[in-house]
Design a binder for this molecule. Structure first.
Ligand code: PHE
Length: 461
């Protein structure tokens, strides 16, 4: 078998895995969800889930990947046979479907970056209707998302070391720098302190059962868990590396960026007297108005920096999503990297077209399914099926797989290769209990609740 690609260093792996984790989930989704759910109170619950459930599952994926040296299908099949292989295959399918809509939203970010830098976004009167028209303009969206997929493909084509690791090592520090720059600027604005207060003083009265449960879903999506992305990246990691400390860094980086994204957005939002609970339109509708108010030059600089940052964050995630499918075709079907990247990028782009058309361009896709007087777009449906429902299910199956097939003994053994003191440590005991009992129970419960809520419209709490 041809040698598999691999990361050249620990930092390379951390940058790539943190790049996968840090994405639209942190910068677009986290602030608006936190804004609607009690600010810092939501953050605390989110961090709780990240370390209680996210961290063990993350270690499970990375460790399984490194041990098996294979894509998710190959890894499950190696230790669990063909039937378990299906779980890996389902993960790969989820990656494909998530990328299909994620690339569309990334295309919006890319388009907004271009419109802010070179177009007339900031001269616009009504940002809400601009956004509405923007996402329903099929031609523009087609080009922007095609462009985004092409950039992703070019990077993945370069392979693990040069493409994935090389790009993450540049994009991640750039993202941090832009983030810090905008935060510092935002804090100098009048009204910024109100924003900080809103964000940092927890309001527990807004916390409901539904919040606690949606924070877990958010944590799962944000850490890129449950679809084998980290099995794939783990398979490129050297046996010498300490998985525990690398995973800790990734979890901290991801949480930190989500936290910083809030710190960036709320002072800006409050400085203009806007509502923090704007919802999904927060970055596309509320922020442009704020950039506009800064005046033509400053607005352009801050605005285009912001959308560039959003693109960088999205790009390191689309790279990881594409790599999962690519690794499968290289490992299992013996395709060349070039063939796998080109075929999959085109295919996934095409699968994304109905999602793209479901934001106003075609009525039937915009209101794709109805239930109880509500409608859901095609993109919402794909997102519910392959992300909101499937990722916790993937985590549930992974923990069952480790507990019953691969065994926690093998899991510990693999971790200890790069972490001498791991065996017999408190951490080992903790992780084993989490994987065997707590993760399956919590994630299994989560899966059932999500299905009930999404498809049977059961009011949960
Ligand atoms: N973690 C990414 C984000 O927060 C999304 C993602 C999910 C990427 C699953 C890869 C796999 O935007």
């Amino acid at each position: 078998m041809a040698a598999r690609g691999g990361f050249s260093s620990r930092i390379g792996f951390i940058a790539a895995a943190a790049g996968s984790a840090v994405g639209l989930g942190n910068i677009w989704q986290f602030p608006y969800v936190a804004g609607q759910n009690g600010g810092a109170a939501f953050l605390l619950i989110y961090v709780f889930w990240i370390f209680l459930i996210g961290f063990p599952i993350m270690l499970g994926e990375i460790t399984l990947g490194r041990s098996a040296q294979a894509n998710p299908y190959g890894a499950y099949k190696k230790y669990g046979g063909k039937v378990w292989g299906l779980v890996g295959l389902f993960g790969i399918l989820c990656g494909i479907m998530i990328l299909s809509f994620y690339n569309v939203v990334s295309g919006w970010a890319f388009g907004y970056f271009l419109e802010t830098s070179f177009g007339n976004l900031l001269e616009n009167e009504n940002h809400s209707s601009f956004f509405g028209e923007y996402v329903s303009d099929f031609t523009d969206n087609l080009w922007f998302s095609l462009g985004f997929m092409a950039i992703t493909a070019v990077i993945v084509l370069q392979g693990v070391k040069k493409g994935i690791e090389g790009s993450a090592k540049i994009l991640m520090p750039a993202l941090f720098a832009l983030l810090i720059g905008i935060i510092i600027y935002g804090l100098t604005l009048p009204g910024a302190m109100e924003g900080l207060k809103f964000y940092l003083l927890p309001d527990f009265s807004l916390i409901t059962g539904a919040t606690i449960y949606s924070a877990l879903g958010q944590a799962f999506f944000s850490l890129s868990l449950g679809m084998g992305g980290l099995i794939t990246y783990g398979s490129y990691l050297s046996k010498k590396e300490n998985i525990v400390s690398s995973a800790t860094m990734v979890a901290i980086a991801d949480t930190m960026v989500a936290f910083l994204a809030g710190l960036m957005i709320f002072p800006l939002v409050f400085s203009q007297g806007q509502s923090p609970s704007e919802g999904p339109g927060l970055v596309f509708v509320a922020l442009p108005g704020i950039f506009q108010a800064m005046g033509p030059i400053l607005g352009k600089v801050v605005g285009s920096s912001f959308f560039l940052l959003l693109c960088f964050a999205a790009l390191t995630s689309t790279i990881s999503l594409l790599e999962v499918a690519v690794a499968y075709f290289i490992d299992e079907r013996k395709w060349s990297r070039k063939k796998a990247v080109i075929v999959m990028a085109i295919l996934i782009f095409l699968i994304g077209i109905p999602s793209m058309l479901g934001y106003g361009a075609i009525q039937g896709l915009t209101e794709f399914i109805f239930y109880e007087g509500n409608s859901k777009s095609f993109m919402d449906l794909i997102q519910d099926l392959f992300s909101v429902i499937a990722l916790p299910l993937g985590g549930f199956l992974l923990s069952i797989f480790i507990a019953t097939r691969w065994t926690t003994a093998k899991f510990s053994e693999e971790i200890s290769l790069g972490a001498e003191n791991y065996k017999g440590s408190f951490l080992e005991g903790f992780l084993n209990i989490m994987i065997k009992f707590v993760c399956p129970v919590v994630l299994g419960f989560m899966f059932v609740l999500t299905v009930l809520q999404k498809f049977f419209n059961v009011e949960l709490f």
